[in-house]
Design a protein around this ligand. Structure first.
Ligand code: GLA
Length: 378
């Protein structure tokens, strides 16, 4: 399926936006903390034609026979179903969240294609949102900057799609840079680009997609978020970002065991992000392995968002020489990353695949990712 086949004419423009991998800093974003993701060389492309009425029509290569449509006069989450909410929701959020006046705008025909794997925890949804957000703001000449667009994407995800996620994925997809990680303060949205220098160090980031599917609109993600909010409330802080590692003994006295362990993950993870940034700058990527491993242990034992497949991917990669490894993204399935020597890549891939077969798990999908540029007009 192509734009031309669905709509019968050629698109006027194409915008694309990447998925992301998070190097470290998990579940810290909605606690006003720090994250260190990078945009990957897997992208979603939105091909767009301009209409002269008020309709937005949406089709995609992953749902070949469906064309969804909604008028700009009917923008409301209650009218958005399924994945098309990722597109319609952006128009709605541009108006609701960023205050854009859409009353005199005309609509678009939109066609979405993507090579970001869906359900792998690599933010395929943020890739759609960010490509579309950049396209709409450009074509409607709204003049919104990328940080505002990240907020728009998150707002749409939270209220149109219905997943209570933080700001990390959209920030990475919009602000990513080639060969670099994005150090983001999720309270201020201040960013710094930190050199990854993988190539110069003979390293690669392997993604091990366990193919265990997760969904953040339901279940564990929301429960973790609630635990964090409860913890912050009992500790009398605005967000867990305001708790330091030195405050943990006092926190342990005040909190029940489970809430304390959730809090300890966030507080130590924020510190690990800061340590990773410093280590990358001072010593380079080969020195961050222990921080990645500690992050995984904290998610497995304290935050309890790993699954046996992710643990096996991480332990097997480490046993076969990975510099570091951890699950990435929201958890409960999805992917792990391993920082590996280029020469060790094939052996680690084989080892992980065999370990999964021996354990009776589904065959994982293993591939290398590179840090890539954020959303752009192609
Ligand atoms: C998902 C969410 C993000 C973030 C991560 C966990 O990817 O979309 O906002 O909370 O989980 O770090």
């Amino acid at each position: 399926m192509t734009f031309q086949q669905v709509y019968g004419y050629e698109p006027a423009v194409r915008y694309s936006a990447p998925g992301r991998v998070n190097l470290i800093g998990e579940h810290t974003d909605y606690n006003d903390g720090y994250v260190l993701p990078f945009a990957i060389d897997r992208r979603t492309v939105a091909s767009i034609g301009q209409r002269d009425d008020r309709l937005i029509r949406v089709a995609s290569a992953f749902e070949p026979d469906a064309v969804h449509e909604l008028s700009l006069d009917e923008l409301d989450p209650s009218r958005m179903q399924g994945w098309s909410a990722y597109v319609f929701g952006i128009a709605w959020a541009l108006r609701e969240q960023a205050g854009a006046d859409l009353s005199d705008k005309t609509g678009f025909d939109v066609f979405i294609e993507s090579d970001v794997p869906v359900g792998a925890g690599l933010s395929s949804s943020a890739a759609i949102e960010c490509g579309v957000a950049l396209a709409f703001t450009d074509l409607w000449e709204l003049g919104l900057d990328r940080k505002t667009l990240a907020r728009v994407g998150q707002y749409s995800e939270n209220h149109a799609v219905g997943a209570p996620t933080g700001i990390m994925d959209q920030s990475a997809s919009l602000l990513g840079e080639q060969d670099a990680v994005v150090f983001l303060d999720c309270r201020t949205l201040d960013t710094a680009v930190v050199d990854l220098a993988l190539e110069a160090n003979g390293l690669e980031v392997l993604v091990i997609d366990t193919r265990v599917e997760h969904a953040h609109a339901t279940g564990g993600y929301k429960a973790r978020r609630e635990s964090c909010e409860r913890g912050a409330q009992v500790l009398g802080v605005e967000a867990l970002r305001d708790v330091s590692v030195d405050d943990l003994p006092r926190a342990q006295e005040l909190l029940d065991d489970e809430t304390f362990r959730r809090v300890r993950h966030i507080v130590t993870e924020d510190q690990r992000v800061l340590d990773t940034v410093r280590t990358l700058r001072e010593q380079g990527p080969r020195a961050i392995g222990d921080l990645l491993v500690a992050s995984h242990a904290s998610m497995r034992d304290d935050f309890e968002i790993s699954v046996p497949e992710l643990d096996l991917a991480v332990s097997t990669a480490l046993e076969h020489g990975a510099v570091g490894a951890r699950m990435t993204g929201g958890g409960f399935g999805g992917a792990a990353i391993a920082l590996v020597d280029r020469e060790a890549r094939d052996a680690i891939t084989t080892a992980v695949t065999s370990a999964f077969a021996a354990a009776g798990y589904r065959e994982p999908t293993v591939f290398t990712v590179h840090a890539a540029q954020g959303a752009r007009r192609d």
